[in-house]
Design a protein around this ligand. Structure first.
Ligand code: SF4
Length: 199
């Protein structure tokens, strides 16, 4: 018998494939619900934040339901994003939030690579658990590419019953901050000592 996470993973896999097929995002563009040019609530330090459009997770109590539909939001070229980023020199890096960023792993990985080349760091939120992403990455180059370019991963679905006001930068206590690089380890340590608390 499948356990909860296996059943959830199977359901999400079919939704993810549907969304990826139907979004038809061209290679050098990303579909965003919105972007915030300077934020202090989406990871340690001042951050440039992309809220990606499209999410298969449908967490009850989600704070960003406008990001769920695959056809919403608008398309931005990678050059547009980087040009905006370059105007905000106070930003120490970029955060990909959502929506589900890993639906657009390929183009986001290219943006992340360009941010790294500029000396910035990369935080990626996901409704998937890290273990599941690693499995998916075996068959999905975009997911693999974005995992490789992510310094700090904040993973897991939002669970209303586990809503947390205590842990910095997460919505519910099941979500984890996972450092994927040395730089991510520094971000993780900064987050642990952050005065910021989610509201
Ligand atoms: S993963 Fe995030 S955006 Fe998607 S439904 Fe869950 S809380 Fe909302």
């Amino acid at each position: 018998m499948l356990d909860y996470w296996e059943r959830r993973a199977k359901l999400l896999d079919s939704k993810r494939e549907d969304q990826k097929r139907e979004m038809m995002v061209p290679g050098e563009q990303v579909r965003l619900a919105s972007l915030v040019e300077e934020s202090i609530v989406d990871g340690p330090g001042m951050r440039f934040v992309l809220f990606t459009q499209g999410c298969p997770h449908r967490c009850p109590g989600c704070h960003n339901p406008q990001t769920h539909l695959k056809h919403g939001g608008r398309l931005y070229s990678l050059d547009q994003i980087l040009s905006l980023y370059d105007q905000h020199t106070a930003c120490q890096g970029i955060t990909f939030s959502g929506g589900e960023p890993f639906l657009q792993g390929g183009p986001l990985a290219k943006i992340a690579e360009a941010i790294h080349a500029r000396g910035g760091d990369v935080i990626t939120y996901t409704g998937y658990r890290y273990e599941r992403l690693k499995e998916l990455a075996k068959e999905d180059e975009g997911i693999l590419a974005l995992l490789k370019e992510t310094d700090l991963l904040i993973d897991g679905p939002y669970i209303q019953e586990k809503r947390s006001l205590e842990i910095p930068f997460v919505g519910s206590s099941n979500q984890r901050l996972i450092a994927l690089t040395q730089r991510g380890l520094s971000l993780d340590q900064l987050a642990q000592f952050s005065e910021f608390r989610t509201t």
